[in-house]
Ligand binder design. Sequence first.
Ligand code: BGC
Length: 452
Amino acid sequence: MSKESTPRRFKLFIICSMAAISGLLFGYDTGVISGAILFIRQEFHLTTLVEELIISMVSLGAMLGAITGGPISDRVGRKVVVLGSAAIFVVSAICLSLAPNPTTIIVWRFIVGYAIGVSSTTAPLYISELAPYTLRGSLVTLQQLFITIGILIAYIAGLLLAKFAGWREMFALAAIPAALQFFVMLFFPESPRWLTIRGYEARAKDILERYRGSREDAEKEVDFIVSKMKSVEPSWRELFSSRFGPALLAGVGLTVIQQVTGINTVIYYAPTIFKLAGFASDKAAILATTWVGVVNVLATFIAVFFFDKIGRKPLLVIGLGGMVVALGVLGAGFLPIFASPAFETAAHISIASMIFYVACFAFSLGPGGWLINSEIYPTQIRGKAMGFATCANWITNFIVTATFLNLINLLGKAGTFWLYGILGVFGIVFILRRIPETNNKTLEEIQDYWNN
Ligand code: BGC
């Protein structure tokens, strides 16, 4: 249990929430396009190719942002990079809302994606490096909580603004949280761990003193980081060596499992799936999708409260186990024998299992993927490795969502969801065998785990 005093916890909570606004923008900007594209399509008479480009540009930008964001934050600091990405979010929200043609939209969607990639790599690092180890799970999970809130706001904005085809307003809305993050974070400290690695130990001690309570604790922590630090920053090639390989495999593996178990087929295609499951009207399907968004937010609180209490691995395994069961039932609900009107309840079971699936993701793989990646890497590779894992996350996201409709044609609806379920079973084995328990350990103790 945490020994942090309440005012200090509160201060940390505010700082980490401001950093986690990056998550809100991540969720909002990825979610908003499903509503906005309907009206952009109408206004500019898009061809299929241009429409696909507008939708997929964010993923491409995010891949580039992730792979470059980590090393940049190693060089110039975590806070500077979060500030930079907030500035890009503001500018791109304004430019997108004023876009005169589809080409401008494509370019700025790529730039938004770049900012998402950069900040989804850096914000969790910033939080995990500032947080005391007893609160690290909850505080890093704020990032995922904000992603889910961002997705929900995007669904709701889509519903409300649809009445007057307000795609420009949908894009513009993102400028508000981004500007807030930029101005507030100007007054926040740099990551003390990054300062230590860069040789600014005195500044790191001053900052930590404010967030740990005593000068003595702050000095102990900085001295400990220094004693564990290897001065040479490894090259990209060394990242794959036997020294760092196991940590990288664990982090990348988890981030890939987060995606191949199909979460974004639900997040991006929920209305389509609801219609496949028997919902009659578009409106009912979109409303049900909003409920998916609400459950996604609410279930994330389970992780906020329990990651630091019962540990990361139990929640990951229970959640992924629940997802596998839900996928099994969801798939079965689509079998032809249940297709007749006599089996109306089967449609309801499918819907319930989809909601259960999202809830299980929200307290396990959703936050866990980002949390474990922000804490398992040795100090000297943290930025690069996190960037690499985040890039793998976006590539897998892209492949899974781009192949979803084709897979349904190839394997059928049941086969497609069962395939995600089978990959989930492999995921459980991987988590049990490859992921270390990081609860209640300092980042240095986790580093020692790999050295041993
Ligand atoms: C994933 C996203 C997903 C979101 C859903 C995040 O952890 O990285 O791909 O859309 O969770 O809540």
